[in-house]
Design a protein around this ligand. Structure first.
Ligand SMILES: Nc1ncnc2c1ncn2[C@@H]1O[C@H](COP(=O)(O)OP(=O)(O)O)[C@@H](O)[C@H]1O
Ligand SMILES: [Mg+2]
Length: 298
């Protein structure tokens, strides 16, 4: 646990005389769908919580079909939409997941999040800030592709983890996504996660391929290797059982590899750079869609 607090990315900041604990905000994204984002988010959250003692919340921000709720077989009675309509408080819609993680069912409601009235913005910001004080990590399971919604969540997060598989379309779509994000936020580094590979070597090979293209066409883009996850037939078993594989089969290759990825990730906190955390994340979220932030600074 001490190891965890040393590894933990949360910084502390002072706001209005109160000491705030700021969670590390990581978006998990991809160019192409079906590459493993939801399984990565869920198992990463579970491992961070159970093996590293971190308080983790997963924001299910994929507008597509049910994701985290199906994976974990949980039924969300309310969603972010109820919060935006003023019917519920943010903490009231949270659903507990395995290992004490919290799931924020936002699949319906996220689209509206970027086009709220000033009053709605303020209320949501306050709610997120209150919620974030108890968190170490906020993981955002985004949709795939370059729709405005996906871009917004990625632009607002402090770190972006791009999931890529050996399928050529996964690679090219990941590149297309990074290209758009890089244009808008050239200073933000990307983390590359190779999924469904045979071994580390294939993962590194995949990373090298994408890096080379990025070096030639997007000079200045920072991309680092976050690790690899093997193609693991037992993952299907866990998905069918609607459980996180890291909980159901902790010794499975996928679970072991995920633990290593989390260890690496936590040992490399994001660069210090002033503000972080959910409050800032919300503020970025609200402005990410505005034209002023679309032109790359510098
Ligand atoms: N490393 C892996 N080994 C085997 N199957 C995988 C692996 N990663 C993902 N899958 C399978 O791919 C499918 C899509 O995964 P999911 O996490 O839902 O992707 P996404 O959220 O990107 O759409 C799942 O049914 C899962 O079983
Ligand atoms: Mg998904």
């Amino acid at each position: 646990m001490d190891q965890a607090s040393g590894l933990r990315g949360g910084e502390s900041g002072v706001s209005g005389g109160r000491r705030l604990h700021l969670p590390r905000v990581i978006s998990i994204t991809s160019g192409k769908g079906g590459v493993g984002k939801t399984n990565v988010s869920a198992n990463m959250a579970y491992i961070m919580a159970t093996r590293f003692g971190l308080r983790v919340m997963v924001l299910d921000a994929d507008l597509g079909l049910g994701n985290m709720d199906v994976l974990f077989n949980i039924r969300a009675a309310h969603t972010l939409q109820d919060v935006l309509m003023g019917k519920m408080r943010l903490h009231e819609i949270l659903v507990p997941g395995p290992g004490g993680i919290l799931i924020l069912p936002a699949a319906s409601g996220v689209e509206e999040m970027t086009s709220l009235s000033p009053e709605q913005n303020l209320r949501l910001l306050e709610e997120f800030e209150n919620l974030s004080m108890g968190l170490d990590v906020l993981l955002i399971d985004t949709g795939a592709g370059i729709s405005e919604n996906v871009l917004t969540f990625n632009l607002a997060s402090r770190e972006t983890l791009v999931v890529v598989t050996p399928e050529p379309t996964s690679r090219t779509d990941a590149f297309a996504l990074m290209k758009v994000l890089f244009r808008r936020q050239p200073e933000k580094p990307f983390l590359f996660l190779a999924n469904m590979v045979r071994d580390r070597q294939e993962g590194v090979g995949l990373f090298d391929l994408v890096s080379k293209v990025a070096d030639s066409y997007l000079p200045g883009l920072s991309l680092s290797f976050a690790g690899h996850l093997p193609a693991d037939p037992s993952l299907t078993q866990a998905v069918r059982a609607q459980r996180a594989i890291a909980e159901m089969l902790p010794g499975a290759p996928f679970s072991k590899a995920m633990e290593q990825i989390v260890r690496t990730l936590l040992s490399r906190p994001p660069r210090e750079g002033g503000e972080g955390g959910v409050g800032l994340w919300m503020k970025r979220l609200m402005t990410a869609g505005e034209p002023s932030s679309k032109s790359a600074p510098g």
